[in-house]
Ligand binder design. Sequence first.
Ligand code: FAD
Length: 414
Amino acid sequence: MALRSAIVLGAGMVGVSVALHLQRRGYEVVLLDRQGPGEGASFGNGGLIQREAVYPHPFPRALAELRRIAGNRAIDVAYHPLALPGFVSPLLRYWWNSEPTRYLRAVLAYSRLIATCLDEHLALARGTEAMALLRPIGWMRLFNEPRLLEAALAQAETARRDYGVNFTALDSQALAEAEPHLLVGRLGAIHWTDPLSVSDPHALTVAYARMFAEAGGSLQRGDAATLQRAGAGWRVQGTAGPVEAAEVVVALGAASIEVTRRFGYAPPLFGKRGYHLHFGLRGNATLNRPVLDTESGFLLAPMRAGIRLTTGAEFARPDAPPSPVQLERAEPVARQLLPLAERVEDKPWMGVRPCTPDMLPVIGPLPGQQGAWCAFGHAHQGLTLGPTTGRLLAEMMLGEAPFVSPEPYRADRF
Ligand SMILES: Cc1cc2nc3c(=O)[nH]c(=O)nc-3n(C[C@H](O)[C@H](O)[C@H](O)COP(=O)(O)OP(=O)(O)OC[C@H]3O[C@@H](n4cnc5c(N)ncnc54)[C@H](O)[C@@H]3O)c2cc1C
C-alpha cells in the first residue's frame, strides 16, 4: 500500500474533484462508484456554476408561502404525504437554521466557498477539453411580480456590496432584446453575469474523471456499502477485486449516510429530488442563456441535448419510484414562455440533491474514524462546489493550511 493512498467513494462532481486534487498532491487514488463517473445527481442538473449563490436556499418562514407549499400543487416544491414523517426532524432543524440570525451565519460560511467556485473550476479546466463546456454567459432570473422583483433587486445589491456578486438589472424591454424568442413579456430580470453555464454537466464530470485517469488514477466499479476497516487502513470490494488504501473519502452525495452510519456517524442528511427533460425549439428560435422563471419555479437551460427543463424540490422516500408531477405542471407553462418543440426523451431524468439542515456541506474528518473523511451535502450547488471541496479536503488531508477555513463545514457539528 502506498504511503499516501486513498479510496474516494463516489464519482460525482464532488468525488471526482477530490480524487483529482489528492492525485495532484501525490496520493495514489482509487475512485470507486457503482456507475460511471457523473451518473448520479451530477448528471442532470441545471449546469450552473453559481458564483451568485451566496445565499443558500432557506426553509420558507412566511405563512403564506408555507400555505402555498402545503397545498402540494406548486411547480417548485412537491412532496409525497406518506414520506413526511421521515422529513419532520431534518425539516424542523432546517426551519430553525433559517431564522434570520442563524441564516446569516450560514450565508457567511457558504459565501466563502461560493466565492472560490469559478477560480477552482477554471484551475481544473483551463487548457483542457473541459473548457469548451464552460460558457461565460451567466444566467437570468425572470420576474413578473413587482414586489418579488423589488425584493430580489435589493438582495442582489446587498450581494454585490457584501460578497462581490455581479449582475445587471433588465427592464421588460431590455429582457425582450436579450431573449427575443420569449413568447410572453416579463416585468424584468436579473442577469447574474459571473456564473458559467455548463452545456453538459455529465460531460464536465467525465472530462475531470478522464484527467484523473490519464494521470494514472484508477477508476473502479464497486459497492461502497462493502467498506470496512483493514488494519490501519480501509478496504472496499470492487467488481475487479478488493481495493485497499490508507484513507477513505465518502463522497456519495445523498447516499453518503448509508455508509457513514455504519461507522457511527448519522448526520441529518435529506434528499431533495429534481427532474429534467429536454425539448427542441421550433423554427429558428434560440435561448441565449439559462432562465429561471421565478413565479413558476423552473429553469430552462440551453444544453447540448436541447432545452433542459429542470424542476425544484420534491420530498419523497429514497426508495419511492420517480413521480415527475412538477415536470407535468411546468411543461405547459414553459411552452407559454418559449416555443418548445417535441420532448427529446420519453422518460424524465431524476436526481437527488444531498441536503443538510444548516445548508452547509460536510467537509472534513469522519468523527471517530482515523483516516476517514467526508465530502457531501452540497445540496443545490454540488456542481458549483465540487472543485472547491476537492481542494479544501485535499489540503486538510495533507495537513496543509486550508485555503478557506474548514471550521463551519466540519462533520462533528451534527
Ligand atoms: C434538478 C437539479 C438541478 C440542479 N442544478 C444545479 C446547478 O445548476 N448547479 C449546481 O451547482 N448544482 C445543481 N444541482 C445540485 C447538484 O447536482 C448536486 O449537488 C451535485 O451533483 C452533488 O454531487 P455529488 O458528487 O455530491 O453527488 P452525486 O453526483 O450524486 O454522486 C454520488 C455518486 O455516488 C455513487 N454512489 C451512491 N451510492 C453508492 C454505492 N453504494 N456504491 C458506489 N457508488 C455509490 C453514485 O452512483 C454517484 O455517482 C442540481 C440538482 C438537481 C437534482
